[in-house]
Structure formats: structure tokens, C-alpha cells
Design a protein. Structure first.
Lengths: 138, 124
């Protein structure tokens, strides 16, 4: 089955949206969780305390909003494109998350990590050369 | 040790949830109308599919596991490492969604996994 240029265009646009909003959401979540800290033990009171902190953190809610925007785009694109295409194609977000963590959070990203992310992007490119849909329309 | 547990939950529950959501979206069908009212109707239809709720439950579990990971490790490590779900995702898509995974896609997923290994090795 041949895919139209329009199908490719809307697929690429929604994947671009996903690639921007998912990393931004994750970076905001990270900022929020670094401020909250991890549970010291698994006692219910401790977990409840952490949960309350999570639910009252502005960074966490902003991160969730970004991830929801990502999720809507993801749901839309999955209605016509294969899961096994969309999931790897959205992996460019790994490079974006490293860039955002470096510039926004000041994280030190070692060269080996950049190399690993670059290899991930190569894998993404290989997957991106395959057609978006390999199964017949429902 | 707890890092491995949370990572396992992020990958397994996250991938399982995505597969369930994908199955639900295939039931609902392709979107042609992008106007807000049409999109709202589309979301409402999707919410009436059982697979969607199973998927949302699993993804919620994965989300809290991700938060736990982010409280321990840097986001530039955590997020790339979760790409291990690609191998699980491709396998699940083949078995659960009956998608045809070409050798080229498998090669891409394999390269992604090599990249994830390098990222993990950069952990201090």
C-alpha cells in the first residue's frame, strides 16, 4: 500500500511536536523531583509525604501538562502509523532531553553519554527510513 | 538495586501501557478531522475502549516509577536508558499488535539498544 505525501507530512509534524514536548516535560519533572528528594524508606507515612509534595509542586504539574500535550499528539499519530515506527522515530527526544538538561538544569553530560545518545539517533534514522504503515487499514 | 527495580517498572509497565493504548487507538480508527469538537468526540470514543483504561493504568504505574528514578538519577541518564523499551516494544508490536517488523526496523532497534548501553556505562 502506498502512503500519500500528506500522510508523511502530518506524521512528521506530530512527531516533531512529540520530540519537543516530551523532553521538556521530563526536564520539568526532574527539576521538581530533585527539589522533593527521594523516599528515605518505604513507610506509608513517608510515601504519603512525598506524594503530597509531588501533587503540590508547580514543576511537576507543568511537566505533566507538557507530557499530556505529547500524549495527545502520540495518540493521534498512532491512529494511522505503526507503533513500531512511531516509538523509535520519537527517540530524537533523547538528544533534546540531554540538551535541555545541560542548558536548563546544568547537568554534566559526559562524552560517553553524548556518544550513546548519538548512537540512539543513528538507530532512529535507520528506523525512520521504513514506511510509517506496514499493516492494512482497519 | 532500587534503581533497577524502578527502571524495570518504567520499561515493562510503560511499554505494556503503550501497547494497550495503541490497540485501543486502532479500534477507534484514524483521525481525519482535527477541529476541537471532533477531537473531543474522538477522545471520548477512545475512553470507551477497555484497552485504553488498562493502558492508562499501566502508564500511571510507569509514570510514578519514572518520578522515583528522577529523584535518584539525572534526567540525561534516566530518559535515554528507558529506550530499552524499544526492544520490548518491537517484540510486543509483533506479538500483540501483529505489526510486520522489517529487518531494517530490527536493525534500528538494535542500534538504539547499543546507544542505551553506552549511556548506561556513562553512569557514575
Amino acid at each position: 500500500m502506498k502512503d500519500s505525501p500528506g500522510l508523511h507530512l502530518k506524521t512528521y509534524l506530530l512527531i516533531l511536536f512529540m520530540v519537543l514536548f516530551a523532553p521538556l516535560g521530563n526536564v520539568l519533572l526532574s527539576k521538581g523531583m530533585k527539589g522533593i528528594g527521594s523516599a528515605k524508606n518505604w513507610a506509608p507515612a513517608d510515601l504519603l509525604h512525598i506524594l503530597v509534595k509531588i501533587l503540590t509542586s508547580g514543576y511537576i504539574w507543568l511537566g505533566i501538562a507538557c507530557l499530556l500535550a505529547f500524549f495527545v499528539a502520540y495518540m493521534l499519530v498512532l491512529t494511522w502509523a505503526d507503533y513500531s515506527y512511531v516509538q523509535p522515530a520519537s527517540a530524537f527526544s533523547y538528544a533534546v532531553v540531554a540538551l535541555l538538561s545541560y542548558f536548563l538544569l546544568g547537568e554534566i553530560v559526559p562524552p560517553l553519554r553524548w556518544a550513546g545518545i548519538a548512537v540512539i539517533c543513528v538507530g532512529v534514522f535507520v528506523v525512520g527510513r521504513t514506511p510509517p504503515r506496514t499493516t492494512e487499514k482497519a | 538495586m532500587r534503581e533497577f527495580f524502578f527502571l524495570f517498572m518504567v520499561i515493562v509497565a510503560g511499554t505494556g501501557g503503550e501497547l494497550c493504548v495503541t490497540r485501543a487507538m486502532k479500534v477507534v480508527g484514524e483521525v481525519h478531522d482535527f477541529r476541537p469538537a471532533a477531537l473531543a468526540r474522538f477522545v471520548f470514543r477512545a475512553m470507551r475502549v477497555g484497552w485504553m483504561w488498562i493502558g492508562i493504568g499501566m502508564m500511571t504505574l510507569a509514570f510514578f516509577s519514572l518520578l522515583a528514578m528522577l529523584s535518584i538519577e539525572n534526567v540525561s541518564l534516566v530518559v535515554p536508558v528507558t529506550a530499552l523499551s524499544y526492544a520490548a516494544g518491537a517484540t510486543g508490536a509483533l506479538l500483540f499488535l501483529h505489526e510486520r517488523i522489517s529487518p531494517q526496523r530490527w536493525l534500528g532497534v538494535l542500534i538504539v539498544c547499543v546507544g542505551v548501553t553506552l549511556v548506561w556505562l556513562s553512569r557514575r
